[in-house]
Design a binder for this molecule. Structure first.
Ligand code: URA
Length: 443
């Protein structure tokens, strides 16, 4: 069977067998197949979809195209969280050490920012010396010793997905639910997890945009987890405006540390507690969500979460005093400029996409994977949809490299923060909880 046969079969609505998916993933990973044919198959999948059996076989094949983290012998549960990507989303920086401090192991493979969304790895790399490039063997050792690692995808983890994701990005075939589910789950299952929590973003800054699609993506991933004895719980959470106040890189690390010290924005703390409670229950480190939440709160108030972050930073070569005085250790912007309300009114929208693209325009994000990120630039955005403001009231602070950067930041905020006259009811922070038992509407 040639790849051309598979393309034609999928183009005509037929199914590809498990053995064929395995051969395909193996040949994609080894670089044997021409990009134009692989891209044609991806486009056929985009239009024709995959059955649940095909999605499971593709996931398994991508997972088996690489190695897995050798942590199966650990006595504690191994849990992770995956977010579909947002703006100001620094949850992982708070959540991973906090959950590890409460007794579950957290082997976290994270991503970089692209387009309007930020990436955990870029944020962490604003910490002087911090390395996110670990081999699987080094990561397994760190999980055993520290209980937590936060690293990038290496060539060892689902290499077929790496190649397919790059082609999907270049061919407009990212937004396919079976391809998204197989891509995310092949990488997460390579971490050797006993439980996974999905943070599926909803609202203007989210990836899929339609609630039906978001629920379907969550359900596909829950089904894939079940096949691998990895229970998955998904929370649908608000990305209609940025999460927390800081949007950028170093400033998001500062905000994460403030949250681990018991401060930080209320939405960031609450979302971290909600996701963390699910992780502790899935990792058998708590009996139920209520006691899990109490454990997490105690780890914030008693400082165990911050100490765990310090251990992770130290283990990965970073400067541990970041935890004591982040503003002295982390890169700082040359220019700080206040941004004020242009008129009286009610904040209608704080557009996450425009804010994220503003960070990128100032140098704090990427338009290609090769771009370098300026860790010091970004925004501090205090305006929230529904706030009543007076003309001249502070809405945000622009953090820029120079005057030209500040002008780009101002232009982005002019488009992103919309003030009008109508009352606004913001979306709930967590709207749905999806498990193998079904969809629960929470708000
Ligand atoms: N993130 C991934 O890792 N894969 C996708 O397909 C989409 C988002």
């Amino acid at each position: 069977m040639t790849l051309r046969d598979l393309i034609e079969r999928k183009r005509d609505g037929g199914a590809i067998t498990g053995a064929e998916w395995h051969a395909f993933a193996r040949d994609v990973a080894s670089g044997k197949l021409p990009d134009y044919q692989v891209s044609a198959l991806l486009m056929a999948i985009y239009f024709r979809g995959l059955s649940s059996g095909e999605t499971a076989a593709l996931t398994e094949a991508m997972l088996r195209s690489g190695s897995t983290l050798g942590v199966g012998h650990l006595k504690v549960g191994r849990v992770d969280k995956h977010s579909t990507g947002g703006v100001g989303d620094k949850v992982s920086l708070v959540l991973a050490p906090l959950v590890a401090a409460c007794g579950a192991a957290v082997p976290m493979v994270s991503g970089r920012g692209l387009g309007h969304t930020g990436g955990t790895l870029d944020k962490l790399e604003s910490i002087p010396g911090f390395s996110t490039r670990l081999t699987l063997a080094a990561a397994a050792t760190q999980v055993e010793r520290v209980g937590c690692v936060i690293m990038g995808q290496t060539g060892e983890i689902a290499p077929a997905d790496r190649k397919l994701y790059a082609l999907r990005d270049a061919t407009g075939t990212v937004a396919s639910i079976p391809l998204i589910a197989a891509s995310i789950m092949s990488k997460k299952l390579a971490e050797g997890l006993t439980g996974l929590v999905l943070d599926v973003k909803t609202g203007a800054g989210s990836f899929l945009q339609r609630l039906d699609d978001e629920l379907r993506a969550a359900q596909e991933m829950i089904a894939l987890g079940l096949l691998h004895r990895c229970p998955v719980v998904a929370l649908l959470t608000n990305m209609d405006s940025p999460l927390g106040v800081a949007c950028g890189n170093a400033n998001e690390v500062e905000e994460a540390i403030a949250t681990l010290k018991g401060g930080g924005p209320a939405d960031l703390r609450e979302l971290t507690l909600r996701l963390g409670a699910e992780m502790l229950v899935l990792g058998s480190a708590a009996a139920d969500l209520t006691s899990a939440r109490a454990q997490l709160e105690a780890a914030i108030e008693g400082g165990a979460g911050l100490e765990k972050l310090r251990e992770v930073i130290e283990a990965q070569g970073g400067n541990p005093s970041t935890c004591d005085a982040p503003e002295r250790v982390l890169p700082q912007p040359e220019v700080r400029e206040a941004y004020a309300a242009p008129r009286d009114g009610v904040v209608q929208r704080v557009e996450p996409r425009a804010i994220g693209l503003g960070v990128t325009a100032m140098g704090g994000g990427r338009t290609t994977m090769e771009d370098r990120v300026d860790p010091a630039v970004g925004f501090l955005i205090t305006a929230r949809p529904g706030d009543t403001v007076r003309r001249g009231a502070p809405l945000a602070t622009i953090l820029a490299r120079d005057a030209a950067g500040a002008a780009l930041g101002r232009a982005a905020l002019d488009g992103a923060i919309v003030i009008g006259d109508h009352p606004v009811v913001p979306l709930p922070l967590v709207s749905h909880r999806v498990t193998v038992a079904g969809v629960e509407r929470l708000a």
